[in-house]
Design a protein around this ligand. Sequence first.
Ligand code: NAD
Ligand code: UGA
Length: 456
Amino acid sequence: MPVKNILCVGAGYVGGPTMAVLADQCPDIQVKVVDLMDSKIKAWNSDNLPVFEPGLLEVVQRARGRNLFFEVITPEAIAQADMIFISVNTPTKEYGEGAGMASDLQYWESSTRTILAHARPGTIIVEKSTVPVKTAEAISRILNYNNQAKRFPVLSNPEFLAEGTAIRDLENPDRLLIGHELNPEGESAAKTLVDIYARWVPRDKLLVTNVWSSELSKLSANAFLAQRVSSINAMSAICEKTDADVGEISRAIGMDNRIGSRFLEAGVGFGGSCFRKDILNMVYICRSLGLDEVAHYWQQVVELNDYQTHRFFRQMVSTMFNTVAAKKIAMFGFAFKPDTNDTRDTPALKVALKLLEEKAHLVITDPKALGHAQQDMEGFPGVSFEPDPYQAAHNAHAIALMTHWKEYRELDWEKIYHSMLKPATVFDGRNWLNHKALFEIGFNVVPIGKKALLHY
Ligand code: NAD
Ligand code: UGA
């Protein structure tokens, strides 16, 4: 049966952009994105979208009101759908068994039960959220428990988009993964989803697997990417002790085709809503399976990341004569990466909290994430927020660059230098600025994995 109505439960960073692109590419399919949060739905229906992504507004504007609709979840919307994507949040569990490690599946399970109550038999359920391996089997058990009359095929279709490049990733993905249950209904459901994606994605990029491989591939991909970042960050620590340059190391090893050049940028540590969460979840799964050595291996990726962020903070304090108390420090960037307003698990928050503990005065600036930064820092004294980076740096002792926004390269650094207290130091947590030029202006420059340029 051709799919005419698609529903997506969860209007977040994944649900919104994913469905906007699907609606844009398939104008004959009605796509509804639903959420529990009225305020989020209102924002999706305005031009002030809850998610900042380059190109997203244009895609939404093309399809919204035509075949793309954002609504608060209702039984009718569920009953209408031929295919339902579940794209709710699956954060790290903060309570009970597995706290701090396992995925919290409460939102996922409650959305599954709502679907069960209202969906028509035969509706294809697509697991889009990142979930522990074997979750589709659990969805299927809930949906198909003791109810032969109302059966639902369940697919796993994990999302690989990265924030900041979501639209490009969705329009032109490296691959799409569709995992199905090993029965005729599962195969037929997978074919239906493949046919939808094949309208804009070449068929050789549509990988059909069993449902468990699909779920585990998603966790693996994030673990491998994060592992590369931790590996290069580990090298950066060695570089700082040996006068080697981590940028030169990245270039040298990245030119080996077997290694490849991407995800080799040393920095203050990876952030974002998923790397830490997905690795910790995998560690938890490994421990549950009795694979302690494997768990330990992946756990190190996260521990190295925490070490890297802490190392950056310690370097700041030691360079500033071992005290930052009462010193004004401007934090340039709070988003976990550029081109997003997302601050989930951002290293900037960790560094900010440590600096506040040391009684520094912080001024945070960010082109898109200042609203989220304010929420994250609510209740902490000694911090203020400033959209203008020039104002943020005025009378500051130091600048900590946490997010490599393009605009920071284009600033008048001479002007910034003259407005700051001396010695003025730039801690470049992303190796993003022209260090030589800054040094010549008069700044002390402390990068990651490279020799610091100090005037004393
Ligand atoms: P998000 O928090 O931005 O969005 C999730 C939305 O689901 C929220 O708006 C929430 O209100 C809604 N929701 C929760 N329970 C609901 C329910 N019962 N009914 C209706 N709505 C409900 O999360 P996200 O970043 O979009 O991530 C969603 C999933 O996708 C996660 O599993 C995540 O691991 C995965 N993922 C995220 C990214 C990313 O870049 N953010 C990329 C790939 C995969
Ligand atoms: C990541 C993956 O890249 C996506 O494929 C995946 O879908 C997504 O997680 C998810 O599951 O949520 P995302 O977190 O949005 O995407 O962004 P990345 O580009 O992967 O960057 C993650 C973090 O690593 C950022 O803080 C970034 O600054 C850091 N990073 C990345 C480095 O420090 N160095 C690098 O070389 C690359």
